[in-house]
Structures are given as C-alpha cells and as structure tokens.
Design a protein around this ligand. Structure first.
Ligand SMILES: CC(C)(COP(=O)(O)OP(=O)(O)OC[C@H]1O[C@@H](n2cnc3c(N)ncnc32)[C@H](O)[C@@H]1OP(=O)(O)O)[C@@H](O)C(=O)NCCC(=O)NCCS
Length: 134
C-alpha cells in the first residue's frame, strides 16, 4: 500500500462513482479544488481511496473521502485518514474538521473527532460538522 499526493483530476472519478453515483462528474468538483492537497491510496498501483485536505490558517478540513465500493471495509480508509491527520499536524494545523455524513459519525469518532451541534442536509444526505484538536 502506498499513499501519495495526486492531482485533483485524479480524484474526480472515484469521488463521483463512490459518493454521488447518480450525479454528473461536475457535481463532485469543488470550486477551490485547486487549493486542496489531494491524497490517493494505491494498492498494487490501483487507486483505492482518495481524500482532499484544505488548510486555512491553523484549521484543516478534509473533504470528499471515498474508498472504491468493492474495497471498503479493508482498512484503506483508516490508513489514509490517519495519514492525512498526521499531515495536517505537520502543517501546524491546530484543528481538523469535516462535514461528516451522519452515517459516518461513529466511524470518525474512532479518529478522535467529535460531533458539533451544527447539522445540515444536502441532496437528501444528513451531515454533522465534526472536529478534533491536534
Ligand atoms: C468512509 C469510507 C471512505 C471509509 O473507507 P474504508 O476504506 O471502507 O474504511 P475502513 O476499511 O478503514 O473502515 C470501514 C469499516 O471497516 C472496518 N474495518 C477496517 N479495517 C478492517 C479490516 N481489516 N477488516 C474488517 N473490517 C475492517 C472499520 O472498522 C469500519 O467499520 P464501520 O463501517 O463499522 O465503521 C468509505 O466507507 C466510503 O467511501 N463511503 C462512501 C462515501 C462516504 O460516505 N464518504 C464519507 C463522507 S463523510
């Protein structure tokens, strides 16, 4: 397994296929994708999992975290998220946060993120803002 920085373009297909399979690829592009640091986890040279990190001052947000549907539950996501949390620390971020799909809140709790009171809905999906001090 290998984690490396990839281009924003390399994330789009996996993001779309895993997170919003009913939407067009345009839907998963973020306006400020060019400001993000994009990470890919490769197994045998195949892209299995992606996540994008956006650092603003001492706050780091991770977005568009997705593991190929056929490869979920094998620990790829855990490995990648721990790596990215560590990257955020090394960039001197003091806080890491995300807009978590509510059905993933328990998953993120295992990484020390705690849910806030801020919730919202987008395209029928419920979200809660979660964060962790670094
Ligand atoms: C969230 C997501 C990226 C996690 O990626 P992943 O590669 O499946 O993550 P992991 O394999 O590390 O963990 C997934 C589950 O498998 C379990 N797991 C981890 N390693 C495991 C292993 N070796 N054997 C069995 N199970 C394992 C984890 O405990 C976790 O359990 P949970 O679903 O009950 O919380 C993935 O589920 C995904 O792409 N979901 C759809 C998109 C999405 O919701 N993105 C997040 C938006 S906030």
């Amino acid at each position: 397994m290998d984690i490396c920085r990839i281009s924003k373009e390399e994330t789009w297909e996996l993001r779309q296929r895993v997170m919003w399979p009913d939407k067009d690829i345009e839907y998963v592009k973020i306006d400020n994708d060019h400001e993000g640091i994009h990470y890919g986890l490769f197994d045998h040279n195949e892209l299995c999992s992606v996540v994008s990190l956006f650092v603003q001052g001492d706050r780091a947000q991770f977005r568009k975290f997705a593991t190929d549907t056929n490869r979920q539950g094998k620990g790829y996501g855990t490995y990648l998220l721990n790596y990215v949390i560590n990257e955020a620390k090394e960039m001197n971020a003091k806080l890491i946060w995300c807009n978590a799909r509510k059905n993933k809140a328990n998953y993120y709790k295992r990484f020390g993120l705690t849910p806030s009171n801020e919730t919202f809905q987008k395209c029928g999906v419920d979200y809660v803002i979660m964060s962790r001090h670094l």
